[in-house]
Design a protein around this ligand. Structure first.
Ligand code: FMN
Length: 410
């Protein structure tokens, strides 16, 4: 049984295989190993020979309390090349090198880790880390697509400092974030990641509509619900694009993040990402109106002059637009309705007007929902369905949304 901090029942310790391949980020896997063992998981580390050039076997063995081998020729009487994978509840490869992704995609089995990947029938998570050029190479991208199509969860690398002086996409996400993804994948059990091979777009946060260089019209949306949607989708195997507006939160691991400020920018980013998306979930609070004019200099108060009147113009209705003009047939569109009164009646009306497939209706207020870790909602569907989601973590609501999206995917 999982607890809130991710620790597990001491009697039924989930068996995790931590595969480590030969990237400079191998040292970060020590932190992931600690998190897994300290939260009660039984971890067997299977490094590659190259990984041991970065972090030695004594470190893995001491931290895991288990033997460490890289080839299939040790302890042969226990047939480890088969048993380790067969008995695992989860295999996570972090970092996964370009070489390891290629071997896994092609079913090579020339060491203990690649054998384990072939014998495992449990969920498999890859956390790739490499230079941007290696990540973007069509060979690597095709290998990643193959692995995702087969049901593996491949976490998008983070953007940031790489080996040496280079910066770009290819960094291993924070070990704490990889741990969270492993926890979510384990919690779903042997169920195949049901968003594997899918691309989903999630918007999160609240837009800010500038009045002058220092002021804006904004809203109270924190972005936590959108982040929960992005994280849960990644743990269910999706390639996720998160269009983020003014949340101030660090990028979640394993998703592509596009940062925007205004409703117009958010529209542009969502339309671009939606072009090849299977589902779009519009959790961001997008301003309905923006100031008609932007003052290039700070608006000053002047003695004897009345306060300025701000004229507003309508912002584009992104949810209605993407629902009416789907970028691809069968694309599933989900909207959010934040209501303060007549919540369900207003929600049904909004679902009809917007033309989306699902609408998550929740009651909001100054001290309700916005910024909270919990939510309570009803998910309305265009076919008349109504799914109440009781008060609970935003992740639980996110999972319910994906549960409703999956059967609607073409
Ligand atoms: C200093 C150094 C750092 C490296 N970092 C990475 C890396 O981050 N990602 C990667 O894919 N390969 C990296 N490589 C190349 C791999 O080590 C090489 O492809 C190796 O064959 C991988 O073996 P393995 O996949 O069996 O672990 C690095 C090599 C060196 C010498």
């Amino acid at each position: 049984m999982d607890s809130v901090d991710g620790s597990v029942d001491a009697v039924v310790r989930p068996k995790v295989v931590l595969g480590v391949s030969g990237g400079i980020a191998a040292y970060k896997a020590c932190e992931l190993l600690r998190r897994l063992t300290e939260s009660g998981h039984e971890v067997r580390v299977v490094p590659t020979a190259s990984a041991l050039r970065f972090v030695g076997a004594p470190t893995w063995s001491a931290l895991s309390g288990q033997p460490v081998n890289t080839d299939v020729w040790s302890d042969v009487h226990e047939v480890p090349h088969v048993r380790i994978g067969q008995h695992a509840d989860l295999v996570v490869v972090a970092p996964a090198t370009a070489d390891m992704l290629a071997k896994a995609a092609h079913g090579l089995a020339d060491d203990l880790l690649t054998n384990t990947l072939l014998t495992a029938r449990c969920p498999v998570v890859f956390a790739p880390a490499m230079h941007t050029e290696m990540w973007e190479h069509p060979a690597t991208q095709e290998n990643v697509a193959t692995l995702r199509r087969r049901g593996a969860v491949v976490i998008e690398p983070a953007v940031g400092r790489l080996t040496g002086v280079d910066t770009g996409k290819g960094r291993l996400p924070d070990p704490g974030e990889i741990f969270e993804i492993c926890r979510r994948v384990l919690a779903r059990g042997v169920e195949a990641p049901d968003l594997a091979g899918r691309h989903v777009v999630v918007s999160a946060g609240g837009t800010r509509e500038p009045l002058d260089p220092v002021r804006y019209l904004g809203n109270r949306s924190s972005g936590k619900q959108g982040y929960a949607l992005a994280r849960t989708a990644a743990a269910r195997g999706a390639r996720v694009t998160l269009v983020e507006a003014n949340t101030g939160m660090p990028d979640p691991a394993g998703v592509d993040v596009v940062h925007v400020g205004t409703a117009v920018q958010l529209r542009e980013a969502v339309l671009k990402a939606a072009a090849d998306a299977d589902a779009v979930v519009m959790a961001a609070a997008v301003a309905d109106f923006r100031p008609a004019a932007y003052a290039e200099g700070k608006i000053k108060k002047k003695d004897g002059v009345e306060a300025p009147v701000v004229t507003l113009v309508r912002n584009p209705d992104i949810l209605a637009e993407i629902s009416a003009d789907r970028a691809r047939p069968g694309q599933v569109i989900v909207g959010f309705a934040a209501e303060t009164d007549d919540v369900l009646a207003n929600g049904r009306d909004k679902l009809r007007r917007k033309g989306c497939d699902l609408l998550v209706v929740n009651e909001v207020g100054e001290h309700r929902t916005f910024g909270a870790e919990v939510n309570e909602a009803v998910v309305l569907s265009a076919d008349g369905g109504e799914t109440p989601v009781p008060h609970g973590p935003k992740e639980a609501l996110a999972d319910t949304v994906w549960d409703l999206v999956v059967p609607r995917l073409a």
